[in-house]
Design a protein around this ligand. Structure first.
Ligand SMILES: Cc1ncc(COP(=O)(O)O)c(C=O)c1O
Length: 376
């Protein structure tokens, strides 16, 4: 059997990793400024993470959600405390798209509406409803296009009010910081008005913190810069540091009932062990603070680069927009300088390193970028 060929691959095969460093099968070393697409939060193969998951596997790895699992309560407790959402309820699932699908179901079950508002340049996943609220027709199949969705311009509150006034919108979904769309930080006033208006019109506000959450922005959630409290928050990526685990944080004002949601794998013992280790390390190693200070440093240093148009982001979710396409720059960074980076569109390099990245590693990125830009 062959693999279904949907990914254009770099000719590199990582076989080992530790914190911010990756080694390929030839033994070549790389610095990770991409975090496997924002997934690596606490660093690759952190010893405490390995230990916690290994110990759990030696006890029990999985049983179904029809029996008690105190590890789920431990995750909820630690996540509530660290994020400031102790009064919210947690539903476990396995991926970001699945978290968003469940968020839409919760909203729609609760207010009996079916329309969702999303924003231009959004990315919310690849499954049915999640891809329907993703502003990229190229990845929306006809089957996905049957949902009742409206896309509105970014940061345009009067467009939102006009759409909400009809009283038929189940939920508004917005990323804490748009990732795939180019590292766009929503205006604080826009988010505040979004909170007020959604409440006023009986619509649920869903914050997709799948990429921007778990400390990456320099706060636990990016929306906390605006001081708002959404009805529903979705998390994935950094939650398991590579172990597939995701969650939906749900306001206590929203009621649950048996059978309303469900999952086979969500919240299994191993996933919970991974999630617990991640939360413990984020706290113990002050990784949210590190994301804030090293992220600030990175953005200041990057602002002085040649041919740079704009530096956007918060914490360690950073977009470097250049005056020209960046594909060649990324290739040179990877193959000549041994540094992984990401992209958003043609001109933006996207940086999503592990939250334990240091200032000296930022210096290495910046000096490598200078050399690469000199020869571009
Ligand atoms: C903001 C956002 N939402 C949702 C998703 C989908 O997550 P997953 O690939 O785990 O389904 C992603 C993935 O990149 C994302 O960046």
């Amino acid at each position: 059997m062959n693999l279904f060929d949907v990914y254009p691959l770099f000719d590199i095969e990582p076989v080992k990793a530790h914190l911010t460093t990756i080694w390929d099968k030839e033994g070549k070393e790389y610095l990770d400024f991409y975090g496997g697409h924002a997934v690596i939060s606490i660093g690759h193969s952190h010893p405490h993470y390995i230990d916690t998951i290994t110990k759990q596997l030696n006890k029990i790895g999985f049983y179904s959600n029809s029996v008690k699992n105190h590890l789920q309560l431990d995750v909820a407790d630690k996540l509530g405390k660290l994020s400031g959402y102790e009064d919210y309820n947690l539903f476990f699932c396995n991926s970001g798209a699945e978290a968003n699908e469940n968020a839409f179901k919760i909203a729609s079950f609760s207010n009996k509406r079916n329309k969702i508002i999303a924003f231009k340049q959004s990315f919310h996943g690849r499954t049915s409803g999640a891809v329907a609220v993703t502003d990229n027709p190229a990845i929306v199949a006809p089957y996905n296009a049957l949902h009742n969705i409206q896309f509105l311009p970014w940061n345009d509150i009067s467009a939102v009010e006009q759409a909400l006034r009809k009283g038929d919108v189940a939920a508004v979904i917005i990323e804490g910081i748009q990732g795939v769309g180019g590292i766009n930080v929503p205006d604080k006033d826009f988010l505040k008005s979004l909170e007020t208006l959604t409440k006023q019109y009986g619509t649920f506000l869903i914050l997709d913190e799948i990429q921007s959450g778990y400390g990456r922005s320099g706060k636990f959630f990016a929306h906390q810069y605006a001081g708002i409290r959404p009805d529903i928050i979705t998390v994935a990526k950094g939650m398991g540091n590579g172990f597939p685990v995701a969650g939906v944080l749900i306001s206590p004002a929203i009621g649950a009932s048996y059978g309303m949601l469900g999952t086979t794998f969500g919240g299994n013992h191993l996933a919970c062990a991974a999630a617990i280790a991640v939360l413990d390390i984020i706290k113990k190693e002050s990784l949210i603070q590190n994301a804030a200070t090293v992220g600030d440093y990175l953005m200041k240093e990057a602002a002085g680069l040649k041919k740079i148009k704009e530096v956007r982001g918060l914490g360690l979710m950073v977009g470097l927009e250049f005056q020209m396409p960046i594909a060649e720059i990324r290739k040179k960074l990877l193959f000549e300088k041994g540094i992984f980076t990401g992209y958003s569109g043609k001109n933006v390099i996207r940086l999503l390193p592990p939250l334990c990245i240091s200032k000296s590693e930022v210096d290495r990125l910046i000096s490598s970028l200078k050399i690469v830009l000199e020869n571009s």
